[in-house]
Write a protein of this length. Structure first.
Ligand SMILES: [Zn+2]
Ligand SMILES: [Zn+2]
Ligand SMILES: [Zn+2]
Length: 488
């Protein structure tokens, strides 16, 4: 045992002694605990530090034991481990905060009295003192007192010492001086601002700003207002934005821009770009057709093999082929896409009605679960064709409600799942296997928490959102590409 360590008289541990008291050497943790510990004195009944008999089983205060009290705060008189100049942590914190907020005059301006109270009432004065001494806390308070820093989230966000600003923010929101806000959302917004600042191409920055602001962040804000659940959705939002940025960056290396992008570009990106082999960019790109005028019958096998590509059946039905192949019925095309790309169960597909279709700002969407997936142009046409056919079918004798997207052979009933399965099988789609492959493919490119939901833990709530989120960028890109009037 090293010479400087000794058996602690309180805990018996061999540690360097912090003090030598009557009972013997006392280690640092026991020393601190003993100085801070207070209990009811057996003789006078007051709550005091208990010092006699010496040791951890003391029952009597210093006055009753007839020995001088030590380690007493010169300001408030409390028996405690002292922080500095004979003062306890709370008194030291009060003095330092007063000094800073009164610019040394001792008089706190009225507008800072709540702030002063918020800081000095912190349950852990030593943490606050460390923040003042070692961090930028002192500078922050001086800036506030001098009016150089307004009492707002924005001012704290912009402060060059984010940790110190966050600590002050925490005090202010706890004290009700600042409105609490969703910090995950705020962090995502800061992350985005930083990402945008680092984009050198002004056109790219404008596009990504529009997409992130009006699509991703706006939806995050809505969700932040309505949920207290774990925030995996902010990770999804970042994934979407990064995928968009990667695609734009890649486009610029190809001397191309979004308004000129073609399906061939997307294929090239998926096979040779940063999205190849399984990046989120690849997922975002592959999920939706980006171009509304693809050559029918274009063979998927003309592109190099890539492990992240959808399976053969999905490729065959994938929009480049399926939504343009008018030898297939619109119902078969839509069902095939929903199953092989979006992993929808047959029973869920057959249960779709016109009520699941939405029109928002001129965009046709389909509600899967709780969320709506905006559909780009080729699929929109597909659905319009489907609806035209469905009306004919209804006129034969189906009751008016509900308006099934996949009406069955009996009036008023949709196709059964097994009937739809048979139809798809005739087209070479194995519903079970291809849906599983679709889910695997989706999951391989999504955050783990989302994947967990996706694979069946909460299918109805999570699946729609997940697909919606991850397909978001490509859909937005499709909007821009197919609608030249759409200004980002
Ligand atoms: Zn000890
Ligand atoms: Zn006493
Ligand atoms: Zn004190």
């Amino acid at each position: 045992m090293a010479a400087w360590s000794a058996a602690c008289a309180h805990c018996g541990g061999h540690r360097p002694p912090a003090a030598r008291w009557n009972e013997g050497p006392v280690c640092d943790p026991c020393y601190t605990a003993a100085l801070q510990h207070r209990g009811r004195c057996e003789l006078c009944g007051q709550t005091r530090r208990l010092v006699a008999p010496p040791g951890p089983h003391a029952t009597t205060c210093a006055d009753c034991a007839g020995i001088p009290a030590t380690h007493q705060c010169t300001d408030c008189g409390i028996e405690d481990k002292l922080y500095e100049r004979g003062r306890c942590g709370a008194c030291a914190l009060r003095r330092r905060t007063t000094d800073l907020l009164s610019a040394g005059t001792g008089r706190i301006p009225d507008q800072f009295s709540d702030l002063h109270a918020a800081i000095t009432s912190t349950p852990s004065p030593r943490t606050a003192l460390n923040w003042l001494r070692k961090g930028a806390g002192a500078g922050l308070l001086a800036d506030l007192a001098a009016g150089r820093l307004p009492l707002t989230h924005a001012a704290l966000d912009a402060h060059p010492h984010p940790a110190a600003a966050d600590y002050l923010r925490h005090m202010l929101t706890t004290a009700g001086i600042l409105q609490p806000r969703d910090e995950d959302l705020a962090r995502t917004e800061r992350w985005l601002a930083n990402l945008l600042t680092n984009l050198t191409d002004p056109a790219q920055r404008r596009l990504l700003t529009a997409y992130a602001t009006w699509r991703v962040i706006r939806r995050l804000r809505r969700r932040a207002d309505h949920t207290t659940a774990a925030r995996t959705y902010t990770a999804t939002a970042r994934t979407n934005i990064k995928a968009a940025a990667a695609f734009l960056t890649w486009l610029s290396t190809q001397q191309s821009t979004l308004d000129r992008v073609t399906q061939r570009d997307v294929d090239t990106y998926l096979t040779t770009g940063p999205g190849a082999g399984g990046g989120v960019g690849g997922w975002a790109g592959v999920q939706q057709p980006v171009d509304g005028c693809l050559p029918p019958g274009r063979s998927a096998t003309s592109s190099p093999v890539c492990t992240s590509r959808p399976p053969a059946a999905a490729r065959r039905l994938w929009p480049a082929w399926a939504v343009h192949d008018h030898t297939l019925t619109p119902g078969d095309r839509l069902a095939g896409v929903l199953l092989t790309l979006f992993g929808q169960q047959l029973s869920r597909i057959t249960a779709l009605t016109t009520d699941h279709l939405t029109h928002t700002d001129g965009t046709l969407g389909i509600r899967l679960g709780h969320d709506t997936l905006p559909l780009p142009e080729p699929l929109t046409t597909c659905i319009h064709d489907l609806l035209a056919g469905a009306r004919v079918h209804h006129s034969i004798g189906s009751p008016s409600t509900p308006n099934w997207l996949f009406p069955g052979h009996h009036p008023g009933r949709p196709l059964t799942a097994s009937q739809l399965g048979q139809r798809l099988r005739a087209l070479g789609i194995d519903a079970r296997a291809d849906r599983r492959t679709a889910l695997t493919h989706l999951g391989a490119h999504l955050p783990a928490a989302v994947l967990a939901d996706l694979t069946g833990i909460h299918p109805t709530t999570a699946v729609g959102w997940t697909r919606h989120a991850a397909a978001d960028w490509a859909t937005y890109a499709a909007d821009l590409a197919t609608n030249p009037d759409h200004q980002p």
